[in-house]
Design a binder for this molecule. Sequence first.
Ligand SMILES: [Zn+2]
Length: 111
Amino acid sequence: MNITRCFSVNSVKKAIISDRGSSNLPNFEWRKWVPIKCNIMAWRVNLDRLASRVNLRRRNVDISSVMCPFCDEYEETVDHFFTACAVAIRVWAAISARCNIPRSSLSNSKI
Ligand SMILES: [Zn+2]
């Protein structure tokens, strides 16, 4: 995360290099292993360009409700869908457990 508190690949790379203490380690090579469709999805999330119910309403699409279909407590925005919904929180917890990623490292990043 950079000074604007926005996620970027460059900030992750700098954090990894900072943790290692040097960028001159011979085995450090940045590999782009994330599939392009995941990069495009993340890019659209960052721009708030996904077809959330709130965004559909903003585009004058006729929908019956803008409430989140999982919790029905809040409007379905991109932020709610990926980070605030109770269902999303459980999914991220399961992913972090499966990938052995401490929850504290996920809580500061914007998805
Ligand atoms: Zn929800």
